[in-house]
Design a protein around this ligand. Sequence first.
Ligand code: ASP
Ligand code: MG
Length: 412
Amino acid sequence: MPILVMKFGGTSVADLDKIRNAAEKVKREVDRGYKVIVIVSAMSGKTNELVGWVDQTSPLYDAREYDAVVSSGENVTAGLMALTLQEMDVPARSWQGWQVPVKTSAAHAAARIEEIPRDNLDAKFDEGMDVAVVAGFQGLSPEGRITTLGRGGSDTTAVAFAAAFTAERCDIYTDVDGVYTTDPRITSKARKLDKIAFEEMLELASLGAKVLQTRSVELAMRYKVRLRVLSSFEENTPDSGTLVCDEEEIMESNVVSGVAYSRDEAKMTLISVADRPGIAAAIFGPLSEAGVNVDMIVQNISEDGRTDMTFSCPTDQVKRAERAIKEAKEHGEINFQELVADTDVAKVSVVGIGMRSHAGVAARMFQALRDENINIRVITTSEIKISVLIERKYMELAVQALHDAFGLETAA
Ligand code: ASP
Ligand code: MG
């Protein structure tokens, strides 16, 4: 009894017609002989509305009640999807998180899935149920209360079910037809990828390619769940969309698979800090306690025992970062001349597992930027990624230039 997980995001279940369209796709897989676990999001816009109601009622809300309210959007779509399938003579039943149960941690609004016992659903499959429609994004805490997994969490629900039920594949239906080499709004040369490795997707997802929640990709990588991203609004064939898979499944690929960007990155520099053991800990400890997500870090060479320390963080965390650093200075933990925040930057990155075995990627990247006269302010590299901070007004140009330089318009 092969099992398939099919997840439909908010735009794919935005109204009754769209739910019917999604149900037809489910029926097609049932007709092919699969038992299907359907994971649904709330109708698009619904979760935002629910969050707004909570905020208006209680600005410093009790997170347990936030979850009670915000999880409800998925319950509606799960029931409607089961009814729609029943109308098509497909034996289907809806399941809320607590009924499965999807056991999670107690971290309300940001819970982690800990375990999904198979017994309840398996028993129903054995009795002839073909489709279990599960409300995404929600679970049950050890105290027996409803939890939610953080925004975008139904992707993670889907991957967790695929892992728990050893599904053949986890299909993520959305409003785009796959993962692209870069944002098609920035260059019309962007090309849909047939396959992408988990690690590449992880870099692209965390860089802001919003197709998949980052945690869902981490989970898929850990359990080797083959993920397919595809459109709800097209007729799909077995090769549609983009398969996110283990790199061993990818025979040929370009050295660079994609160019990602992030507009909301700020560069912060502490000028003239004492260069002594423990200085990085004294700076980044308070930042992490303040909840600042530091990304790039560069320490300059030092002169006369002093150095400059530069890091990047999301633009909306600049104030928090400044406060944390000023407090550390007041407490005498660090000492510096000046703190300079530059919010006029953007991050552009090239990502590809091919970098592991090919030299010269960085040189090619820097040449392409030089040819456009774009000044690089900060550079960082990892095994499969090179990122630069540049002036924000050059972001689109940089993405286009790099897309061209690495020949991403055509497949390997
Ligand atoms: N409905 C939730 C949200 O909007 C979860 C999801 O759609 O993945 O964040
Ligand atoms: Mg989503």
